[in-house]
Design a binder for this molecule. Sequence first.
Ligand code: NAP
Length: 250
Amino acid sequence: MGSMNELADKVAVVTGAGRGIGQAIALKLAAAGADVACVDLQADFCMETVQKIEALGRKAWSIGANVAEAASVEAARDQIIAAAGKVDILVNNAGITKDGWLMRMSEADWDAVLDVNLKGTFLFTKAFTRLFFQQESGRIINIASVVGIMGNPGQCNYGASKAGVIGFTKSAARELASRGITVNAIAPGFIETAMTAKLKPEAREALAKMIPLASLGQPEDVANAVLFFASPGARYITGQVLAVDGGMAM
Ligand code: NAP
């Protein structure tokens, strides 16, 4: 992996690019030569990411959209295509947690997590399918989680959403393969971001004990795997789930 410009002339879309793993992905793809449309709930949340990409000499656009709302997603898609002219790589990264014990989990917390993590992935993928069909190419990379593979107490909503993302990835991979479009997922383990900073110290310790490589991952570890799936070298890979988790889910 890794000539400096392996994504030269490519355009990528990254959802949830304002911070955390999404920001690291956007920067990594830009460093490999791609121009990047950065999507977050509000356009100004991506200002920092956009400035960093522009400093790398690439183009970047800051797009506000709620991935869980079809009309918002379609408007973002139109805005991106108008600005960039095409899209080669879509990274569905936006995600939320609303943890709680099953017995006390509210319907609203279930719906919110499923809406952003699973429906958001569906809506954004659907929005770009026509363009990818016309181009007869496209790389779709969905950010799932080891929790979608292994489960985790207190995360029934999140685990269901991420297992859903994995099932969606495999069906879409089969459906879109004949058009030269690949769809893969990454299942990060325990990565240091705002999302995991919220964890209670006991939960942190329990999780850390489950990691064979004995340390937390960094957003860039996930970004490296995204770059691989987006790169020319991954052209023959589709429908796969790659764990980036220090060995947690093997
Ligand atoms: P994060 O720091 O909380 O960042 C999530 C990003 O998604 C934020 O920029 C957030 O925007 C955005 N977002 C949330 N809801 C959105 C919506 N409805 N529409 C558009 N954007 C939205 O989380 P992270 O740790 O980087 O996680 C990124 C992805 O990796 C998620 O899918 C997560 O489930 C997955 N993941 C993370 C870990 C981990 O250990 N951190 C492990 C496995 C998987 P705001 O700034 O407005 O909130």
